[in-house]
Ligand binder design. Structure first.
Ligand code: EPZ
Length: 420
């Protein structure tokens, strides 16, 4: 059994370099299924989810050369006849569902096994399916598979999303790039990863306007070609290390960031009293004077990210006074709270809200990571807890954080991975 062992580590100091964005690269790799010729993707983070997507692309007829030491992938479709994404591959990662759009667009047929259950919420794909149908695709779900095909002309359409779903926006955008007409997505998600995907598709020859706003227009084109692309930095990884610096009252330079993508996180940290200085493509986080509590509501971008909720929870656990977190994106994203309570945190969860009464200190304990962001948050808690914290099931964390223990050790954290 593997675990990450963390000892109390006050005052982190030094530099951490942020890797490429997981939630960008996964969609960009899926989009490579649309291209004729090779795509070269740079700044690819070495993550379990990336490896799962590579296996899925290979199963779908792509030749994928992965160079993890260079953070690079070269991929090219060699057999475009495959249209089935089987359960063994899609159940490793929910993001697998984004191959549906590219398969429908380029291969005119797709049969993708629905990803399995997810601890943070039900995560249906009804909005994806509604969008495909509006464009003209025929889509059914049967025996755990979602099957789509082209029966007639894909003329595009006006797609309204009831919620600005990231995955639905991306899937619909990719399903629309080779349509015969124009598709407009209203109430589209505005996350930076959507803009990165749109930039990649545009380089390939797609005609997309409005990505990064709530209305995206996609005019279908005949052909897309392989291109070179560098993935944007991971704003959630960056935010997680910013919180690590804040929590430990440290001074850390977070390198390779796009500060505009981090605006909601920067603003909330500044509200706690932490000083953040922009230095080109780096952010210097100075929490030597400590921090106070804040209230948080998670929202779609540019609101405060749900993927940073657990990390801020740890700050509020040790901040003075009573504060609240309201989770509005996923219905079950407080599972990890029980683990923090085992470390001495005082948290009351009522549906989608949590009230946190700050305690003087947390105590090290054996805890289990329930999802990847929560797992990282438990490591952060270990950095300020007295004694030793052991975080079990670190494979969740490895899905989304590159070498988290090495990066934290580089700024002075007492942390190691133990394989028993
Ligand atoms: C993406 O998930 C990210 N994953 C998530 O990051 C992130 O938390 C989330 O966006 C929100 O920012 C990837 O990009 C791989 P959604 P996604 O569709 O696309 C509901 C991480 O830790 N919904 O915006 O699945 C859904 O149930 C992960 O890296 C429907 O009801 O998120 C949820 O409550 C976790 N019907 C809400 O919308 C649909 O058809 C937001 O989901 C689609 C979504």
């Amino acid at each position: 059994m593997e675990k990450i062992v963390v000892e109390q580590s006050p005052g982190l100091k030094g530099e951490i370099s942020v890797s490429g964005a997981k939630n960008s690269v996964l969609k960009i790799l899926a989009a490579s299924l649309l291209a004729e010729g090779p795509c070269v993707i740079e700044d690819v983070p070495d993550l379990l989810d990336v490896r799962a997507m590579i296996d899925l692309l290979r199963a779908l007829g792509s030749k994928v050369d992965y160079y993890p030491e260079e953070n690079k992938i070269i991929t090219e479709v060699v057999d475009p006849s495959i249209t089935v994404a089987p359960y063994e591959l899609t159940n490793r990662m929910r993001a697998s569902i984004v191959v549906l759009g590219p398969l429908l667009a380029r291969r005119k047929r797709a049969n993708v096994s629905l990803p399995g259950g997810c601890p943070i919420g039900a995560r249906p794909i009804d909005l994806h399916i509604k969008g495909f149908r509006t464009m003209g695709y025929t889509v059914t779900t049967d025996h755990g598979y979602v099957e789509g095909y082209v029966d007639g002309v894909i003329s595009g359409g006006q797609v309204y999303l009831d919620f600005p779903s990231v995955g639905a926006t991306e899937n619909i955008m990719m399903a629309a790039v080779m349509a015969n007409g124009t598709t407009t997505i209203f109430n589209a998600a505005q996350e930076p990863e959507i803009t990165d995907l749109a930039n990649f598709l545009t380089k390939m020859g797609a005609s997309i306007s409005g990505a990064g706003t709530s209305i995206i227009r996609i005019k279908g084109v005949r052909q897309l070609i392989g291109v070179h692309h560098q993935v944007i930095p991971d704003r959630i990884e960056a935010g997680t290390y910013m919180v690590a610096a804040a929590l430990t009252k440290g001074q850390v330079l977070i390198k390779n960031v796009l500060s505009t993508h981090l605006r909601p996180v920067i603003s909330k940290l500044e509200e706690t009293g932490v000083i953040i200085e922009e230095r080109g493509d780096a952010l210097f986080v100075d929490a030597s004077a400590g921090f106070s509590g804040v209230d948080i509501t998670t929202l779609p971008y540019p609101g405060f990210p749900t993927d940073m909720q657990a990390q801020f929870m740890v700050m509020l656990c040790v901040a003075e006074g009573i504060h609240s977190i309201k989770e509005t994106v996923f219905e079950n994203r407080f599972l990890y709270v029980n683990e923090l309570m085992r470390m001495g945190a005082k948290i009351k969860v009522d549906g989608s809200s949590a009230m946190i009464s700050g305690v003087d200190h947390l105590e090290g304990a054996q805890v289990r990571s329930t999802d990847l962001r929560a797992g990282a948050a438990l490591i952060l808690a270990g950095l300020v807890a007295t004694g030793t914290t052991e975080v079990f099931e670190p494979q969740h964390i490895d899905r989304g954080f590159v070498a988290i223990e090495d990066k934290l050790r580089g700024v002075g954290a007492n942390i190691r991975r133990v394989k028993e």
